[in-house]
Design a protein around this ligand. Structure first.
Ligand SMILES: [Zn+2]
Length: 307
């Protein structure tokens, strides 16, 4: 008999295969993904991938200000979703195939109610789903740093070995990761010399991760009322959660709204922070270089000092 985790992995894989047969939009966009142009830019000890992906203009170019959001129909609410889009259920969530993919297999996990994007009350669900969908990485974009539907709670999941972050972390950990918190059930590291701040909570105890995360969230939030800007990636591997947190300083860099020739339509969210820069405009793909990537990651990332 299959274990529960395998069961969910199988169900979403079956959903993916079925949607690619029965849903032309998904079929076309996943076929298109196989021919996207990519280039790799090397840094000390790691590489960053740049992907020219014109279909992602829907996200990279999305207007996410309050007025624009209020005036559009929510594309994550069931009533407004394409008729062909089917779902696998998990608790109060619907797992959907993302028809505008970055990953070879890319899912959007939407709450069944139209409630605002926020992580704190739902972080436990996020961890449980990361375990259930252990063939994939699970991730979260904060409402002000990458979520193209900040008004509707959602996570995403994608092919496991696609984000350089996971491989980089394990390769660079011995040399560049500083363990700054440890108790009986969890260890917390900051990965240094990586152009952006990333914190990793390692544990096989979901409650220990949750406790640490809530403390970190409150520290980052300070006296502000809004959710502290962050992107989160979770990889459940061999009984252990690796939860990566990117604390954010700004959402879109100055290059986003600059005039030509400085203009670069790059809208950093979890995928970019994890080492894959999506450029929906081909001329931007061609010209983006090492200095641009350093500049964008530095602007996007919040410094995280350990006292
Ligand atoms: Zn909605």
């Amino acid at each position: 008999m299959l274990q529960t985790s395998n069961n969910m992995n199988d169900k979403v894989k079956q959903l993916f295969d079925s949607q690619l047969i029965h849903w032309p939009l998904a079929q076309n966009n996943y076929a298109g993904l196989k021919t996207v142009r990519q280039k790799s830019i090397s840094f000390e000890g790691f590489d960053l991938i740049v992907q020219f992906n014109p279909a992602r203009i829907v996200s990279s170019g999305a207007k996410v200000d309050g007025k624009s959001i209020a005036e559009r129909k929510c594309f994550l609410c069931e009533a407004n979703r394409p008729a062909e889009q089917e779902a696998v259920l998990f608790k109060q969530y619907s797992i959907l195939v993302n028809p505008f993919p970055i990953f070879p297999e890319h899912f959007t996990i939407v709450h069944q109610r139209h409630i605002p994007q926020q992580i704190k009350p739902f972080f436990g669900d996020f961890l449980q789903l990361a375990k259930e969908m252990s063939d994939y990485v699970l991730f979260y974009n904060g409402p002000a740093c990458g979520a193209s539907a900040p008004d509707h709670l959602h996570f995403q999941a994608g092919t496991k070995d696609f984000l350089p972050l996971i491989k980089d972390y394990h390769a660079l950990k011995t040399k560049n990761a500083l363990c700054f918190y440890k108790n009986n059930s969890c260890e917390v590291f900051r990965l240094d010399n990586y152009l952006r701040t990333v914190i990793c909570i390692e544990s096989s105890d979901e409650f220990a991760i949750n406790d640490y995360f809530i403390g970190l969230y409150d520290t980052l939030q300070g006296t502000q009322l809004n959710e502290p800007m962050m992107n989160i990636v979770c990889d459940y591997d061999q009984g252990k959660w690796y939860t990566f947190i990117f604390p954010r300083e700004t959402f879109r860099p100055w290059q986003y709204s600059a005039e030509v020739p400085e203009k670069l339509l790059v809208s950093p969210a979890t995928v970019e922070m994890s080492g894959v820069f999506i450029t929906p405009i081909e001329s931007h793909f061609d010209k983006i270089n090492k200095e641009d990537i350093c500049s964008i990651l530095t602007q996007s990332s919040m410094k995280f000092d350990i006292n």
